[in-house]
Design a protein around this ligand. Structure first.
Ligand SMILES: CC(C)(COP(=O)(O)OP(=O)(O)OC[C@H]1O[C@@H](n2cnc3c(N)ncnc32)[C@H](O)[C@@H]1OP(=O)(O)O)[C@@H](O)C(=O)NCCC(=O)NCCS
Length: 195
């Protein structure tokens, strides 16, 4: 990892905080909207597939962050890791009550899903332990909400690297799931027992 992105220089923000920091917000928006599936593993902007509009990553983030259930608890949030001084976005990840109705439509139950976990491509940032660090932080965040009641979270992914990261956090493979946006993906589930 290049020195300018050493772990100490990376700070985590909530998307809600960025709303009062227009420069950081626009840097984040720029990063997300310019994503491509080939380069970043995400479609940044909306696209049309078989005549249907499939929301891109940016629309998804905005939609989540306007959802009353999402806004009702600090458990839920979109987190953004940025290099503190330059504002370069390093990574993002979201903890949400649902993701594209996957929980509702598949009767998964539980408290929600993780989504939109992405480490910046380029700058030699991937494969340097940043993904492992941010999913650990997200996992600890969710676990901190299991003090008064157990929590159950799900996530789905088609990326075997991500799948392994989640299994290492205690997520268990829980079959396959089909989404309009991405087709068949692996479903993983974890019970955060009351601590
Ligand atoms: C998946 C992703 C978040 C991983 O982030 P990262 O910073 O590159 O990953 P890390 O360097 O922290 O590595 C995490 C683990 O994956 C392994 N890994 C990383 N890159 C790898 C590669 N190219 N091939 C094989 N294993 C790899 C690491 O060895 C590490 O394993 P370990 O913890 O057992 O040592 C990142 O690649 C990404 O954003 N991908 C596109 C979006 C995506 O698929 N997100 C997940 C959707 S839920």
């Amino acid at each position: 990892m290049s020195n300018e992105f050493t772990p100490k220089a990376i700070r985590r923000f909530r998307f809600s905080e960025l709303k009062s920091e227009p420069t950081r917000l626009s840097i984040f928006e720029d990063w997300v909207t310019n994503m491509t599936m080939e380069k970043d593993g995400e479609y940044g902007e909306d696209r049309i597939v078989d005549g249907k509009v499939i929301p891109g990553f940016w629309s998804w983030i905005l939609e989540q962050n306007e959802d009353p259930e999402f806004l009702a608890s600090d458990l839920y949030g979109t987190f953004v890791w940025m290099h503190y001084f330059t504002g370069v976005v390093i990574a993002t990840g979201t903890i949400a009550p649902d993701d594209r109705f996957v929980k509702r439509d598949n009767n998964l139950g539980g408290d929600g899903l993780w989504g939109g976990v992405n480490v910046r491509s380029g700058h030699g940032l991937r494969g340097q332990g940043i993904g492992r660090r941010i999913v650990k932080e997200l996992d600890e965040h969710v676990a901190s909400f299991a003090q008064t009641q157990s929590r159950i979270f799900h996530l789905f992914t088609a990326n075997p690297i991500a799948e392994r990261m989640y299994v290492n956090l205690g997520y268990e493979r829980n079959g396959m799931i089909n989404t309009d946006a991405f087709g068949d993906e692996r479903l993983l589930t974890k019970i955060y027992h009351q601590s």
